[in-house]
Structure formats: structure tokens, C-alpha cells
Design a protein around this ligand. Structure first.
Ligand code: NAD
Ligand code: DAU
Length: 356
């Protein structure tokens, strides 16, 4: 078979990366996908069970900060496309331990940019037109008041160590376009939810706690607003940007779906009550909600104006929040072994079983 594209996916064992690898292997059978992941606490090879290594897929356990290893991989695999997910992604962890965020999100992105520059901008490059797609977040734009939306020209105003590290990486990626002409694209997306999300993030955390009768912690007054997007919609948008986007352009991706945290949590509880009946206590699961100390520097509201990507590339979200939550709850209910292995840490053994 002739391989038409050789895509390096970084962070493909994480939540969005794993959904993206699955989508590529299903919908682009002539692409070779090289999934490079360090397997931090957030990387889980079980997110890719059922996928075999071969002509279309290879897994590489590596750190994006290892510059010589990145150079070697670009040369050995003749990478022509990069979709860069690998990052430290949890805001709360960035508050208690920012160092890993600076290292992976900034230094790691730099070493990938350098590897791409050396490989693609030298005279010896004879491959396809290359593309480096950097997956970023709406959090780079800061926090909104009750009105307004983030557009592609909203000035950056990151406010947590996580969002500051992502904004730094966006700036570096843009600098490589303006200075060296590296063919880059950037996506800035809102909150994702769906299968394989690590249960430190709001939706899977609430699912797990509601199933096990634990308190559901709501930071502050619970009126913080996020714009929720089903993960498959995000992955499809990334493919559109990768294949049809204008080099040098940033694209905002969002769900047109603003919700207060309290609404999200009660919807998950009520969906579980509807599907499973009330728990033994006889109390609806929403009675487990507890208001707890707020996150430091908590951004009040995010809202993406996704009209540019719709106009330019014809992409818009397909999955409504109600349908997306239903699908997500069904997935977690059908995959309680996955949740249990993440909670008890046994998912960390899977790599040893597979590769030793
Ligand atoms: P995640 O934390 O679930 O996964 C991150 C993956 O990156 C893990 O598999 C981890 O092992 C890997 N990784 C971390 N450090 C690495 C390193 N140094 N070298 C190689 N691999 C490393 O993250 P996610 O939620 O899937 O987010 C993926 C990307 O999308 C991130 O860049 C994040 O900023 C961005 N994003 C996430 C959301 C969201 O709602 N989750 C929204 C917008 C943008
Ligand atoms: O906006 C995109 C971002 O969305 C991504 O860039 C990040 O990688 C991703 O983690 C996510 O960040 P958030 O901080 O918005 O997601 P999180 O699930 O941690 O929190 C969602 C909201 O819920 C936020 O307002 C904080 C609140 N929250 C979260 C947790 C974990 C609670 O009230 N209680 C909780 O226990």
C-alpha cells in the first residue's frame, strides 16, 4: 500500500490524542500514524486497546523534550505532518506544580519545532508539503465577563501556569512561521468531554464520584462557565484544519455550548439516576454536590466564537450537549473496568505487559 501521509501524533495515549488516533486509523487507512507519548500519569495505553502496530500505526515511548530523539524520529520516519497534543493539561496540577508545564508545554514544543525545521526546511526535504499543527486551548485568551466571545484576534491574557505555558507555546509556533516560514497551523479549542478522559477533569470525576457515593466537589459558587465540545467533533475539526487550513492561521474551535459547572454536574447526576435508578440511599445523586474552596485564579467564563472555522472550512459541531452527555455516560458505564484501573493505578502496568 502506498502511504500518503506520515503523521506524528504526540500525546496519542492521552484523552483527545487517543480519540484522534482512533479517528485517523478508521477514516484515513492510507496514512501512517506514529504515536509518540511519554506515558506520564495521563498517558494510558489502554486507551488504544485493539489497535495493532504495523504499516499504519507505530507507538514510540519517548519524551518530546528529548531533542536528539525527535531529530532521529523525523529522519527515520520521514514525518511530513505533526499533530501536537502532548502537554501537561490539568489546570489544578499547574497550580500545585508548574515546573512540568514549563518543561513539556514550552521546552517540548520547542524541541519539536526545531526537529521539524531541520527536517523540512533543509535542501534534502523531498517529501509531501509538510504541516505542523499545534493543538492549543481557549484558555490562552484569559477570562470573559458575562458577555463577549473569544475570536482568533482576541489578545492573549493567560492567567494560570497551564494557560501561560500553552500561550508561550502558541507564540513559539507562530514565531517559527514568521521567522523561518515553518508551515504551521494552530487550533484553540474549548473544553472537551467524552470517552477516555482522565478522571481528574470535571465530567469523569463527577461520574466516578456519583457512581461510588462520594461527594461531588464544586469549586466556588459553581457559576463558572465553560463551552463544552464532544471530543469526536474536536478531532474532526483538527483533521479539517490539517488537510485544508491556511498555513500560518489559528482556528478557534468550540461547541456553541456554554454551561455553568453546576448545570453540567446536575445533568450527569440526573442522567445516571434516569439510567440506573436512585442509589441505595434513595437520594438523587445530585444530593452529593458540595461547594468547596475555589480554584486559585479561577477563570470565570470561556466562550468560543467558532464562526471563522465554519466560514473557512465548513466545520461545525455535530453532537449536541444532551446527546454528548448521554453517549459519554453510556461509555463510562460500559467501561467501568477502564475507570477502575485508572483510579487504582493498575493502568500503569499495561505498558510493561505489552512491551516487556
Ligand atoms: P491529557 O493530559 O489527557 O494527555 C496528554 C498526553 O500527553 C498524555 O498521553 C501524556 O502521557 C502525554 N505527554 C505529556 N507530557 C509528555 C512529554 N513530555 N512527552 C511526550 N508525551 C507527553 O491531555 P488532553 O486533555 O488529551 O489534551 C491534549 C491537548 O489538547 C493538550 O495540548 C491540551 O492543552 C489541549 N486541549 C485540551 C482540551 C481539553 O478539554 N482536554 C481543550 C483544548 C485543548
Ligand atoms: O478550556 C479548555 C481547557 O479545558 C483545556 O485547555 C484543559 O486542558 C482542560 O483541562 C480544561 O480545563 P478546565 O480547568 O476548564 O477543566 P476542568 O475539568 O479541570 O474544570 C472544568 C470546570 O469545573 C472549571 O471551572 C473548574 C471546575 N471544577 C473542576 C473540578 C476538577 C470543579 O468545580 N470541581 C472539580 O472537582
Amino acid at each position: 500500500m502506498e502511504i500518503e501521509r506520515r503523521v506524528l501524533v504526540t500525546g496519542g495515549c492521552g484523552f483527545i490524542g487517543a480519540n484522534f488516533v482512533r479517528l485517523l486509523l478508521e477514516e484515513h487507512p492510507t496514512w501512517r500514524v506514529i504515536n509518540l507519548d511519554k506515558l506520564t500519569y495521563a498517558g494510558n495505553l489502554q486507551n488504544l486497546t485493539g489497535i495493532e502496530e504495523g504499516e499504519c500505526y507505530r507507538f514510540v515511548k519517548e519524551d518530546i523534550c528529548d531533542a536528539p530523539a525527535m531529530d532521529e524520529l523525523f529522519a527515520a520516519e520521514r514525518i511530513d505532518s505533526v499533530v501536537h497534543f502532548a502537554a501537561e493539561s490539568h489546570v489544578d496540577r499547574s497550580i500545585t506544580g508548574p515546573a512540568a508545564f514549563i518543561q513539556t508545554n514550552i521546552v517540548g514544543t520547542f524541541s519539536l519545532l526545531e526537529a521539524a525545521r531541520k527536517s523540512w526546511l533543509g535542501e534534502s526535504w523531498h517529501g509531501n508539503d509538510p504541516r505542523f499543527l499545534h493543538v492549543s486551548t481557549d484558555e490562552v485568551y484569559g477570562s470573559l465577563g458575562e458577555t463577549g466571545m473569544f475570536t482568533e484576534t482576541t489578545p492573549f491574557d493567560p492567567r494560570s501556569p497551564y494557560s501561560a505555558s500553552k500561550a508561550s507555546s502558541d507564540h513559539l509556533v507562530n514565531a517559527y512561521f514568521h521567522t523561518y516560514g515553518l508551515p504551521i497551523l494552530i487550533t484553540n479549542c474549548s473544553n472537551n468531554y467524552g470517552p477516555y478522559q482522565f478522571p481528574e477533569k470535571l465530567i469523569p470525576l463527577v461520574f466516578h464520584n456519583a457512581m461510588t457515593g462520594k461527594a461531588l466537589p464544586i469549586y466556588g459558587d459553581g457559576k463558572y462557565v465553560r463551552d463544552w465540545l464532544y471530543v469526536k467533533d474536536h478531532c474532526e475539526a483538527i483533521v479539517e484544519v490539517l488537510t485544508k487550513g491556511n498555513i500560518g492561521q489559528s482556528y478557534n474551535i468550540g461547541g456553541n455550548n456554554e454551561k455553568q459547572n453546576l448545570e453540567v454536574v446536575t445533568l450527569i447526576c440526573d442522567t445516571l439516576d434516569k439510567k440506573l435508578g436512585l442509589p441505595e440511599s434513595g437520594e438523587p445523586r445530585r444530593s452529593l454536590i458540595r461547594f468547596v474552596k475555589d480554584r486559585l485564579g479561577h477563570d470565570r467564563r470561556y466562550a468560543i466564537d467558532a464562526s471563522f472555522i465554519k466560514e473557512q472550512l465548513g466545520w461545525e459541531p455535530k453532537v449536541t450537549f444532551e446527546v454528548g452527555v448521554e453517549k459519554t455516560v453510556d461509555w463510562y458505564l460500559a467501561n467501568q473496568d477502564w475507570v477502575a484501573s485508572v483510579i487504582d493505578g493498575s493502568y500503569r502496568e499495561y505498558y510493561k505487559k505489552m512491551y516487556n
